[in-house]
Structures are given as structure tokens and as C-alpha cells.
Ligand binder design. Structure first.
Ligand code: ARG
Length: 271
């Protein structure tokens, strides 16, 4: 009897710890995945808003210890704060993010996501908050000197990203014709394969590219010329104008107060 009581106490303590860590952030309810609740009234009633992201994209979202941090996380915190609720985060594969919204698992996606026409068919985007471009990373001794040298090369990308779409070139609109596209779940794995010589280049957004290069500057570099021009925005469920308007208001306030610049500076220069 005593023994089973003890056991129960241990289980209880473990359960409490689990739910406590849940409040801190990722995958944060008992089932391991937070559900979005879409209408602002619902969100306020529940006391939390759910953001989904892919935390493999420093400086926009990445893991620091057990926490997800980054520019998108700071913006998301502001959105939650504006509503007076807690922020919950789901960390999923980049290719699953649109579905997080359409299925109602997330209220919004903040993931350095480029607002492009294809995605617009399934989600609505907020105002743009960041200008980005696709960059090319190569080994220091590479014969790839500019983007057109990618023709006929083996290129690594993060699966489902605009870098993937550009290199795969299904509609024939890209200026480059690579030999093959290797798709990775994490940009970091593509960079590792580049360093070890399994692929010839990595195509990825410019600021994450800088972070990868900074950490491996004795082996890889970023080409000066870029491939595309893109704009990041926050995605919400189609037709959820009240949440969209609130997010736009938060972005506007952050821009006007100088807070956005301060956050960008903090994360872009940080090693
Ligand atoms: N901007 C690119 C896109 O929208 C890449 C974004 C990758 N983001 C991430 N959190 N892994 O496709």
C-alpha cells in the first residue's frame, strides 16, 4: 500500500513537471501538440494562442537549450501579449506548416515564410515584415563563383522551401538548371553534406546562410550574388481577418516604436 502510494506520488510529480515545462513553450499540451482556436474570442477564453514554426532557421527560429528563440518568436510573443494570452509553439517540419493552419492545429505560422502565390491559395498572409533572398553557399575552394555556375551541379535545399522550389524549377522559370536537388529536413544537414563533399552547393535564405557560414567560415562561404527576392509574412487561416488585422497592428506598432529594428539588430548581429 505504502509502496503504491509512493509510486503515485512520483507519477504525480512527473506529470506536474511535464505540464510545467509545457507552459514554457514547445509542443505544449498533454498530447504534445497544441490546437489552434482561431477566433479572437476563443483564443482569449482559452488563454493561449498557438504558433507553429520550424525551428531550424537561425536567426528567425532555432533551439537554444530546450527553448525556441529567434526573431519570429519575439514577434509571436508580442502577438500573444497584445491578446493578453500565453504563447504556445509547435515545432514541425517546414513542409507541414501550411497544414498546421488549414487543419486548425495552429492559429498562425511564423517561420521566415515567404508570402508566395502558391501558398496564398491555402492561407492568408499578414503584411510583410522582412525582405529576404535565396543565397548560395559553397566550399571555399569551389569552382562555383556565381549563381549560373550552379548549372549541372548537385544542390542541397531545405525541403518545401522557396529554395527547393527555385532549384527544382518545375515551371521552368528559374535562371539555373541544376543537375539534381537533394532535399533535407534541416538546413544544417545540407550544410554538413556540403562540407563533406556529398553535394556542391546549398541554396537557402540569406540570413540563415550567414549564420551557417559564420559557424563554418574555415570551410564554406556565401556567394555575393543572390538568386531571388522574397518577403516574409505571417500566415493565418484563410478568411481569419480579425487575427490578421491584429497581427498587422502588432507589426505596425513594432515598426513604429523601433522595436522591430532593435530585435532584428539583436539577432542578426548575434553570433
Ligand atoms: N523563406 C523560405 C520559404 O518560405 C524558407 C523558410 C524556412 N523557414 C524555416 N523556419 N525553416 O520557403
Amino acid at each position: 500500500m505504502k509502496k503504491s502510494f509512493k509510486l503515485m506520488a512520483v507519477c504525480l510529480a512527473a506529470a506536474t513537471m511535464l505540464s510545467m515545462s509545457a507552459c514554457g513553450g514547445k509542443n505544449s499540451d498533454e498530447s504534445g501538440v497544441s490546437e489552434g482556436s482561431s477566433s479572437l474570442d476563443n483564443i482569449k477564453r482559452n488563454g493561449y494562442i498557438t504558433m507553429s514554426t520550424n525551428a531550424e532557421f537561425e536567426p528567425f527560429e532555432y533551439n537554444e537549450g530546450s527553448e525556441i528563440v529567434g526573431i519570429d518568436v519575439e514577434i509571436s510573443k508580442k502577438i500573444a501579449e497584445k491578446l493578453g494570452v500565453k504563447l504556445r509553439m509547435n515545432d514541425v517540419a517546414f513542409g507541414a506548416l501550411i497544414q498546421e493552419i488549414t487543419s486548425g492545429k495552429a492559429d498562425f505560422v511564423a517561420a521566415g515564410m515567404t508570402a508566395d502565390d502558391d501558398r496564398r491559395k491555402n492561407v492568408d498572409f499578414s503584411d510583410n515584415y522582412f525582405d529576404a533572398r535565396q543565397a548560395v553557399i559553397v566550399r571555399l575552394d569551389s569552382d562555383i563563383k556565381e549563381p549560373k555556375d550552379l548549372d549541372g551541379k548537385k544542390v542541397g535545399v531545405q525541403e518545401g522551401t522557396t529554395g527547393d522550389i527555385y532549384c527544382t524549377n518545375e515551371d521552368g522559370s528559374s535562371e539555373i538548371k541544376v543537375a539534381s536537388v537533394e532535399r533535407y529536413n534541416k538546413g544544417m544537414d545540407a550544410v554538413s553534406d556540403l562540407i563533406s563533399g556529398r553535394i556542391d552547393a546549398v541554396v537557402i535564405d540569406d540570413f540563415p546562410a550567414d549564420k551557417f557560414v559564420d559557424k563554418n567560415s574555415s570551410k564554406i562561404k556565401k556567394l555575393e550574388s543572390m538568386l531571388t527576392e522574397e518577403k516574409y509574412a505571417i500566415a493565418v487561416k484563410k478568411g481569419n481577418t480579425e487575427l490578421m488585422e491584429l497581427i498587422n497592428e502588432v507589426l505596425k506598432e513594432m515598426n513604429e516604436s523601433g522595436e522591430m529594428d532593435q530585435i532584428l539588430n539583436q539577432y542578426l548581429v548575434k553570433e
